[in-house]
Design a protein around this ligand. Structure first.
Ligand code: PCA
Length: 199
């Protein structure tokens, strides 16, 4: 049976939930062994927690999920850049300005997964989705870069993808004209992505 690590984040920036973690909690599978991790939204320790789990479980796939409030659907992230540069504090009270994630690392990593084929599978199920060329420069990009760097350096066969998800319905009650999806829809999208990559 294939092993999949699913990661979601703790709530940040004043939110009381993070749809990334709420969604992965709903996912069950008879086809894969699932390991679910709740990652602190902090620059410090976030990469290490995931790296330790990859070492321990040697998964076939790691799917990292994060909230991108304001985006209008599911985003499949193509690039991770070697840059932390945030406009908000992380959950440990840290704000980073133009600092490298890995001092001697390459400027960026690009996923080698076939994003267009994953996108097709999502669209066929009627899920609003797109390929994104930036995961930002906050904690999501930070872990994406850190894990891609680990996979490259240690020549692992683990497949890895970062997926940004929009706000959940309950988060937009006081945010007029803001796109949202239900946690169930987000969980369903993550399941489709998992099947698309591993089938
Ligand atoms: N989204 C943030 C970090 C945690 C999360 O869920 C981001 O896009 O960087």
């Amino acid at each position: 049976m294939k092993t999949v690590i699913l990661t979601g984040f703790t709530p940040f920036d004043g939110e009381s939930i993070n749809p990334s973690y709420e969604a992965i909690q709903m996912i069950e599978s008879d086809d894969y062994e699932l390991i679910k991790l709740r990652i602190p939204t902090t620059f410090e320790h976030s990469i290490e927690i995931i790296a330790d789990s990859i070492k321990k479980h040697q998964p076939d796939l790691i799917l990292m999920i994060g909230q991108a409030g304001g985006r209008q659907g599911i985003s499949l992230e193509r690039f991770a850049v070697n840059l932390d540069d945030s406009e908000i504090f992380d959950n440990a009270g840290i704000m980073k300005h133009e600092s490298k994630i890995v001092s001697d690392g390459p400027i960026a990593y690009q996923t080698n997964l076939n994003l267009k084929s994953i996108l097709k599978d999502l669209m066929q199920q009627g899920i609003p989705s797109k390929i994104s060329n930036t995961a930002g420069t906050y904690v999501c990009n930070h872990i994406m870069y850190g894990i891609y760097h680990m996979i490259e350096k240690e020549k692992l066969h683990t497949k890895a993808l970062f997926v940004h998800v929009p706000y959940a319905h309950e988060q937009v009650k006081n945010k007029p004209d803001t796109f949202s999806m239900s946690i169930e829809e987000i969980a369903n999208a993550i399941h489709i992505i998992m099947d698309s990559i591993l089938s």
